[in-house]
Write a protein that binds this ligand. Structure first.
Ligand code: AMP
Ligand code: MG
Length: 423
């Protein structure tokens, strides 16, 4: 049931995947402040977690020379030796002190791990296989067919692509780039995020709580999660449900931030000003999600270049929608080619879960492993969107389809792992 441009899915709201696609398409189609601002050159170490703006190519072959991968002897030959063969030792090659001459047939040099192989040598024997007498060595038993040599371009060859534009730098990426001689990279600027927390009833924790008031937690929760995801907010404000105060705050923040995020005030109540203000100061692309938790959610713009994410007020709903919709959007805004989403796994339920068919749900669960190696998901306690305790110890968001009724122990479900890459 369509009810007009901003609410195409009527009372039900937009399914999560479609909402994400619409947001990403809208961001890719429209220039934002970030698309017009240049990138910055940074020392590699400081660029961990940032997104590459310009391709990085290998300046040379790495390691650049053939090296021994064992302590032993390099032979003046390129074919597999036989037990009983012997060679005359004519010198030594250490990593920082290579042997400079050419090796001939019947000759060998002592060689250390990582040391360059001299010309004429294409075989190494580990010292464990060698009997050594005066300056003669002898192979005491058959060696493997492995020549124990690291090729000159094992890691990369000159001109090959090390880092592609739009790639986010992990630990292994910067480690490998430094091994290839790269000291600086050009990375995209991070989005500057403004967080606007709304609600007349909210008081900062630590302050007296009058009747009906609640301690404010979204700024701690949402900013904490954004920080973990690599996007510290630069501006955070708590504003009452007063249209003119909210308008002023939005205009102020839009002047200095690349992205605005609000929590609360995005439903259709008397003091829900976020959508009318988004409409007035820019545009509402859509509002309302077909999701539990997280129905009241709006995406739009302030002016034509500042994306605005109106998250729900309930803390769990705000957290889940930020993770599902804001996080991928921030990655795209930062210039990442393909946004990272939470990895999905197939698990069995270790607890029953009571529900009625209705909205698709992302239930918070902890993970266990059964003795026979199966992943088990445990959904404990109330899944109310106001209960932050349901996020504690959550390893998994169990995906429950809209038409699903109650779930039983042992049932197979898909879940999104609340885990990210280390390397
Ligand atoms: P709203 O959509 O503004 O009506 O908010 C929905 C529910 O979330 C209300 O019960 C609010 O009190 C609560 N809520 C809104 N913002 C916050 C916040 N920053 N911290 C804790 N609870 C909040
Ligand atoms: Mg409110």
């Amino acid at each position: 049931m369509a009810t007009g441009g901003a609410e195409p899915y009527g009372r039900e709201g937009l399914p999560l995947d479609e909402a994400r696609q619409r947001i990403l398409d809208a961001l890719r189609a429209r220039p934002t402040r970030l698309t017009t601002v240049t990138s910055e050159v940074m020392p590699l170490r400081g660029a961990l977690g940032r997104v590459i703006a310009d391709a990085v190519q290998a300046p040379a072959d790495v390691p650049g020379f053939r090296a021994s991968i064992m302590d032993g002897y390099a032979l003046g030959q390129d074919c597999q030796p036989n037990a009983g063969d012997s060679w005359t030792v004519v010198g030594r090659s250490a990593p920082a002190d290579p042997y400079q001459q050419t090796l001939h047939g019947g000759e060998a040099i002592r060689i250390l791990t990582g040391a360059p192989l001299p010309e004429g040598a294409a075989w190494v024997l580990p010292q464990e296989l060698i009997a050594n007498q005066n300056s003669t060595i002898r192979l005491v038993r058959d060696a493997s067919s492995n020549p124990w040599i690291r090729p000159a371009d094992e890691e990369c060859s000159q001109g090959s692509l090390l880092l592609a534009p739009g790639e986010r730098l992990g630990v292994a990426d910067i480690g490998r780039a430094s091994s290839c001689g790269i000291s600086h990279v050009n990375v995209h600027r991070r989005p500057r995020i403004g967080v606007l927390v709304t609600g007349d009833e909210l008081v900062p924790p630590g302050e007296e709580r009058s009747n009906g008031a609640i301690w404010e937690s979204n700024s701690t929760l949402i900013r904490g999660m954004l920080e973990r995801l690599g996007y510290p907010a630069v501006d955070c404000r708590l504003v009452a449900d007063e249209c003119h105060l909210l308008k002023q705050a939005i205009l102020d923040m839009a002047a200095s931030c690349d992205v605005l995020v609000s929590t609360g005030g995005v439903s259709a109540g008397d003091s829900d000003w976020i959508r009318p203000l988004m409409q007035k100061l820019g545009q509402v692309e859509f509002w309302k999600l077909f999701l539990k938790p997280g129905r009241p959610f709006a995406f739009g713009w302030i002016g034509d270049a500042v994306p605005f994410f109106g998250l729900p007020g309930n803390p769990v709903a705000a957290t889940i929608t930020a993770l599902q919709l804001l996080w991928p959007a921030l990655q795209i805004l930062e210039g990442q080619q393909n946004p990272e989403l939470l990895p999905r796994v197939h698990v069995r339920l270790a607890t029953p879960y009571r529900r009625k068919p209705g909205r698709p749900e992302l239930a918070r669960a902890s993970l266990d492993c059964s003795p026979d190696g199966q992943l088990l998901a445990r959904i404990d306690g109330s899944q109310a969107s106001s209960r932050i305790g349901s996020l504690q110890n959550a390893d998994l968001l169990v995906e429950i389809p809209a038409d699903s009724g109650s779930l039983e122990i042992g049932q197979h479900v898909w879940g999104q792992l609340l885990r990210r890459r280390i390397l």
